[in-house]
Design a protein around this ligand. Structure first.
Ligand code: KIV
Length: 284
């Protein structure tokens, strides 16, 4: 029998990192998947605004609302009482002002029971991080490829390849740590840059998404890792199991069996006693 899951805490995350054990982090957007991820022992779950693309079929994350995020994050919490759950602040839920950021971060905590929030951006967003942390909410920064700014960044591409761009990411990471972020996600930056920032971080955990192995842990988008997003597979993502193929095969089987009338079989329905049925016939 597997060990009962223990609630992941902030000291628990720092302890793992201090012991040199990589932190495991996946995105998740629904109750049954959260249940499975917790059973697998995933440390952290990100209810990402990537759900706009993976679950709602938009072309970007920009149309996602706070109400979308609240509904999905609460479902994930119900499926995983013990993983450290991160609510991802959607587009324009924190950019307008510090007060907007604190109010929406507070909604996440109060209405979903998540453990922390994440928002995108560097030094320009440090005051939002500080405001949220001062309000007692653990906050995570997100640098490198930040999908809410994909238009300004020139598309989904590696960030910080040149020295000047890399220096800006180093400075942004410092600003977020000084503002109180307990964790920073580096998405799609060169491995050496990720390593440098991880080595310089004092009281902040650094996580990698496509940024190499030299971080305190790894994040993957669940739909990329299990071949569930039909539009494309990012180069840096590894497919751990082709769940899409398994589901497709099952769907083909369902359509075939219903069409050929081999489903349902007798074990798939419930009968009625003869006397009850005769009684019914008399009444109609
Ligand atoms: O929304 C999300 O899933 C994210 C990842 C791309 C890091 O922010």
């Amino acid at each position: 029998m597997s060990e009962p899951c223990k609630k992941m805490t902030l000291p628990g995350l720092f302890k793992k990192a201090a012991e040199g054990k990589p932190i495991t982090w996946l995105t998740c957007y629904d109750y049954p998947t959260a249940y499975l991820q917790e059973q697998a022992g995933v440390d952290m779950i990100l209810v990402g605004d990537s759900l706009g693309m993976t679950m709602l079929g938009y072309d970007s994350t920009l149309p996602v609302t706070m109400d979308d995020m609240i509904r999905h994050t609460a479902a994930v919490r119900r499926g995983s009482p013990n993983a450290w759950i991160v609510g991802d602040m959607p587009y324009m839920s924190y950019q307008p002002s510090v007060e907007t950021a604190i109010r929406n971060a507070g909604r996440f905590m109060a209405e979903t029971g998540c453990d922390s929030i994440k928002l995108e951006g560097g030094a320009a967003m440090a005051d939002r991080i500080k405001g949220i942390v001062d309000a007692g909410i653990p906050a995570i920064g997100h640098l490198g490829l930040t999908p809410q700014s994909v238009s300004a960044l020139g598309g989904f591409r590696v960030q910080g390849k040149g020295a000047a761009a890399a220096k800006k990411i180093v400075d942004d990471a410092k600003a977020l740590e000084e503002a109180g972020a307990f964790m920073i996600l580096l998405e799609l930056v060169p491995d050496r840059l990720c390593q440098l920032i991880t080595e310089q971080a004092k009281n902040c955990l650094i996580m990698s998404l496509g940024s190499g192995p030299h971080a305190h842990g790894q994040l993957l988008i669940y739909h990329d890792a299990f071949a569930l997003y039909p539009k494309f597979k990012p180069r840096m993502a590894k497919v751990f199991a082709d769940a899409g193929a398994v589901i497709r095969e099952g769907l083909n089987g369902y359509v075939k069996e219903v069409t050929e009338k081999t489903f349902p079989a007798s074990e798939n329905w419930f009968g009625m006693a003869d006397d009850e049925y005769d009684e019914l016939l008399k009444t109609i």
